[in-house]
Ligand binder design. Structure first.
Ligand SMILES: Cc1cc2nc3c(=O)[nH]c(=O)nc-3n(C[C@H](O)[C@H](O)[C@H](O)COP(=O)(O)O)c2cc1C
Length: 188
């Protein structure tokens, strides 16, 4: 960790929509995070589609920025939409770019995941696919609490505030668990 007092978390949201429920859930996590934690949200909107020939000429600037942000963070928080039972292409594309050598920056990072989705599973299938990628990239995702905001269209008000008390409690617990998990992994 960067110091004994503060845990820096990088939030990465797989939806680019201004009215995204996942982004709103990420904002709720920021609202409910424990003392001693800071959360910065990455801007992945300018990352191009992955192309190995482009990478061979160097990482595009938005990718390099993301890689540096991941490296500098003590922990990561993914907001993971569900598209066709998987993570969104936007999120997968950002992970694919950032994961390329040298020095893939995900290795060893403690991770928390939350999802908001229209369906009844709340993004569970997308989270499983994201967790697969976490394995390959040597990240350490928290298993619980699971934050699966199902029927998300009924759980946020017009200002993007999460109104569901159960989901708010789970997000609060997730952020507290991430703080503990980050300390455990850092050995502090
Ligand atoms: C291409 C596409 C595929 C989708 N597939 C699923 C799905 O598999 N499961 C589900 O619960 N919702 C699915 N949805 C609905 C999303 O959960 C919903 O649009 C949600 O609001 C997206 O997240 P966001 O609000 O953060 O943008 C899909 C939406 C799109 C655009």
């Amino acid at each position: 960790m960067s110091d004994a007092e503060a845990i820096s978390v990088l939030g990465i949201c797989g939806s680019l929509r201004k009215a995204s429920f996942n982004h709103a859930a990420l904002n709720t996590a920021i609202e409910l995070k424990p003392a001693g934690m800071s959360v910065t949200v990455a801007d992945i909107s300018q990352i191009p589609l992955y192309d190995e020939e482009v990478r061979a000429q160097g990482f595009p600037a938005p990718v390099e920025t993301l890689r540096q942000q991941i490296k500098a963070a003590d922990a990561l928080l993914f907001a993971c939409p569900e598209y066709n039972y998987s993570m969104s292409g936007v999120l997968k594309n950002a992970i694919d770019w950032a994961s390329r050598p040298p020095d893939q920056p995900f290795a060893g990072k403690p991770v928390a995941i939350l999802s908001a989705a229209a369906g009844m599973a709340g993004g569970a299938r997308a989270q499983m696919h994201l967790r697969h990628s976490c394995v390959f990239l040597d990240m350490h995702p928290l298993n619980k609490p699971e934050v699966l905001i199902f029927q998300a269209q009924n759980k946020f008000d017009a200002d993007g505030r999460l109104t569901d008390d159960v989901a708010r409690g789970l997000i609060r617990d997730l952020m507290a668990a991430l703080a503990r998990w980050t300390g455990q992994i850092a050995g502090t």
